[in-house]
Design a protein around this ligand. Structure first.
Ligand code: PRP
Length: 207
């Protein structure tokens, strides 16, 4: 499985803000939005472009457009904080939604909502979720996409645990990962270490 770990001072600075336990919800959301721009930028680095001639005020030249904008799929709740910025960067992108919550005891994902196009064949898909911990939520989400014909999925995650990366790789699902950091490990409660805590709670407050 292809894994891209973004190595850039601006990404590290936003991630530091998110990791810092003193960061309040508003600042956390702002840092997540800014980091999302960097992650999406990296995720699209090799995306195919359509080329056509345009006129500048001075001359004719080549113009470039994304040939096949990805479907964006934020995983609720935490992925919602990445959705707006991703769509601002890719205004032509459509958006689907998956709602998933992880049982705090078993760490298994419980799906509670899905709103996805029926046919995803030939469409790249970007799944947006700040955290890849055990990988259960991401695997379940990608299963839903593959069932609809997706063969080109990118998981866009702020943090990834080695355990989650291994689980995705072992699954054989058609996915690559773009992340700002591969952290050390999961702790006994299934939290990423050093991590940033619970990305949903930190954005929206514990519910
Ligand atoms: C978190 C996170 C991922 C998932 C990662 O969501 O946003 O979706 O857990 O864990 P996994 O890789 O072990 O499946 P959570 O279930 O806390 O829901 P929330 O987004 O509503 O806070």
């Amino acid at each position: 499985m292809d894994v891209v770990e973004v190595d850039h001072p601006l990404a590290k600075a936003r991630l530091t803000t998110m990791r810092d336990a003193r960061t309040d919800s508003a600042a956390f959301r702002a840092a997540l939005q800014e980091l999302t721009v960097i992650l999406i930028y990296e995720a699209l680095r090799d995306a195919p472009v359509r080329v056509d001639r345009i006129h500048t005020p001075v001359a004719r030249t080549d113009g470039y457009w994304l040939a096949n904008p990805p479907l964006l799929v934020p995983v609720l709740r935490a992925g919602l904080g990445m959705a707006d910025q991703a769509q601002k960067l890719i205004p032509d992108a459509q958006m689907g939604f998956v709602g998933m919550s992880r049982d705090e005891e078993t760490l298994l994902p419980t799906p509670y909502m899905e709103s996805l196009p029926d046919n995803l064949s030939g469409r790249p898909v970007f799944v947006l979720d700040p955290m890849l911990a055990t990988g259960g939520s991401m695997k379940h989400t990608i299963d839903l996409l593959v069932t609809r014909g997706a063969t080109d999925v990118t998981a866009v995650c702020v943090l990834a645990a080695p355990e989650g990366i291994q689980a995705l790789a072992d699954s054989g699902l058609p996915v690559r990962l773009v992340t700002a950091s591969i952290d050390e490990r999961l702790n006994d409660s299934g939290f990423i270490v050093p991590g940033l805590g619970d990305a949903g709670d930190r954005q929206y407050g514990a519910v």
